[in-house]
Each structure stands twice: as C-alpha cells, then as structure tokens.
Design a protein around this ligand. Sequence first.
Ligand code: C5P
Length: 232
Amino acid sequence: MGKDVIIACDFDSAEKTFAFLDKFTDKKPFVKIGMELYYAEGPSIVREIKRRGHKIFLDLKLHDIPNTVKKGMAVLSRLDVDMTNLHASGTKRMMQAAIEGLTRPDGTRPILIAVTQLTSTDQESMENDLLIREPIDKVVMHYASCAKEAGLDGVVCSPLEAGKVHDCCGRDFVTVTPGVRFADGDVGDQKRVMTPAEANRIGSDYIVVGRPITAAEDPVAAYERCCREFIG
Ligand code: C5P
C-alpha cells in the first residue's frame, strides 16, 4: 500500500473545490470527498475530480442492511474511486456484502476501509447511548478484527490507535488517520492530534488532512510540507 497525504476537501460547492484544486498545478493530490461535497454536487463532482487526475477517497460511511450496501457499493465502484468506507458496526455480513458489490467484473475494486467507533464517541456516550460496556480501545480493536475477517483492507482510526491496529491486524492492514496538525499550527476542534512526522513514526499509512492545508495562506506549500514531514 502506498503511503500518502489525503486532503479533506470539505467544501460545500464544486466552485470552491475547483478554486482550491486549481492551485495545484504540479502534483495532483489524493483528495477526500465527504458527505458535504457529495450531497451538494452529486456524482458529477467525483467524475470531474477524477478527470483532473486526482485519486479519490469517497468518505460516505455506508451503514444499512447488507443488500442495500451491496447495491450502493456497486454504484460507487462504477464511479472509479480509489478508496471508500463503511461502518464496521453494520456487521461482518454487511461488510462482506459491501466487498461483493464493490468488486468490478474484472476482479479489481477500490480500497475498502471501516470506521470502527467514531472518534467523536467517547466511553461515556458508547456506554449510555449504545449500551456497549467494554473499554473503547477493546471495541475499536474488535471492530478492526471483524473488518479484517470480512476481507476489508483497513480502518479509519485516530493516529493514536494506528500502532495498536497494526499489532492486532497485521502490518498490511491499512490505517487511515485524520486528526493531523503541524507542530506550530491551530488544533481547532480536533481533540487528539499528531504531527505528520509523528503519524509516520507510529505507522499510519495514509493521513487525512483538512484545514491545515485548505485554510492555509499557501495551500500548496502546506501540502508539500505535509508530504515532506509524513513521507520524507
Ligand atoms: O480539517 P481537519 O484536518 O480536522 O479534517 C479532518 C477530516 O477528517 C474531516 O473531513 C473529518 O470529517 C474527517 N474525520 C475526522 N475524524 C474521524 C473521521 C473523519 O476528523 N474520526
């Protein structure tokens, strides 16, 4: 698996997205399209960004009955994205159905990763709202193992969990980690953050970086700094 920096394009319109991406004339960064942009613009935004030569992580976090997820994934695979995701809490059966749907007639498919417990869920809300009484660390590792057993390629996790996920599921099991900040940058609303260099040391395969790049005065310079610190 390639190590890379993925830019979270959290914009609410195609216009803002292209104004941002137009700044990158040399290297075409790997971009993440999340719910906001996808729901605003639909599949055409995926096709257009792909046409411009970017790799795409389509972050829609599917979670439904297996048959519905399978059919949804089949449509996403035709969009030719490079990576997509779902919630592991949908069960192994749902994850297996997702892989079936995502696999193209020629046997290829995008990288499929699972969300374990959202990083916005803490021990208290997990116990009170979800009635899950185990320690959150154990729950995250269990969900990661289920994703691996279902045949998925990896998980989205906090950079602080990436090392443990590799210990538990193997070095080849991909970790995609948001919550990355420069040592001298704003933390914003992220609670537990790491620098790109630290994320590299603990073994993240992909880092997802939004505002430290999208809100920078010079986004291209911020992206290049991120690549230098993370990949070397
Ligand atoms: O701007 P920032 O670098 O905080 O953006 C991080 C991106 O990663 C956002 O798109 C956010 O939704 C996403 N993300 C996250 N934490 C998770 C899962 C996804 O920050 N646990």
